[in-house]
Design a protein around this ligand. Structure first.
Ligand code: HEM
Length: 128
């Protein structure tokens, strides 16, 4: 059977590291951090991790708990313009860069980065 992307990049441990580093960056970011309604970023980190694991062929815990992702709809309460998109992507690029190349080879790194750029662009809901 063919390996999923999730398995090919090291499974749960890689997604744990990626989202942990991403939220470390979010916590320091003056543009993105204020958008998060909760003081504790832990639950948001967990939702993001479950979503990404599911998207890349891992466990379906996200939809078991949250239903259909409907990410654009779920982001409607937050103003996401070009600045917020770019700040979010900066955090994500840093998180991806923190995964070593034995775990994430060039092709998988490219695929993950392309996806994040596409997904961030599709979440924009404000022109400014
Ligand atoms: C939730 C901001 C893009 C995936 C959230 C939340 C905020 C936020 C404030 C609520 C926190 C919470 O879950 O408690 C942003 C901003 C983005 C962005 C400023 C800039 C473009 C993305 C992208 C993805 C994503 C590109 C996926 C690749 C998620 C997920 C949740 C979430 C899975 C939890 C949804 C749920 O089940 O409730 N985001 N987000 N976000 N975001 Fe984003």
């Amino acid at each position: 059977m063919q390996q999923t992307f999730y398995e090919a990049v090291g499974g749960a441990e890689t997604f744990r590291k990626l989202t942990a580093r991403f939220y470390e960056e979010v916590a320091k970011d003056d543009i993105v951090r204020p958008l998060y309604p909760e003081e504790d970023l832990g639950p948001a980190e967990r939702r993001m991790r479950m979503f990404l694991e599911q998207y890349w062929g891992g466990p379906h815990t996200y939809s078991d708990e949250r239903g259909h992702p409907r990410l654009r709809m779920r982001h409607n309460p937050f103003k996401i313009g070009p600045l917020e998109r770019d700040a979010w992507l900066r955090c994500m690029h840093t998180a991806i860069a923190s995964i070593d190349s034995d775990t994430l080879d060039d092709a998988h790194r490219r695929a993950l980065t392309d996806y994040m750029e596409m997904a961030a662009a599709s979440m924009v809901n404000s022109a400014f």
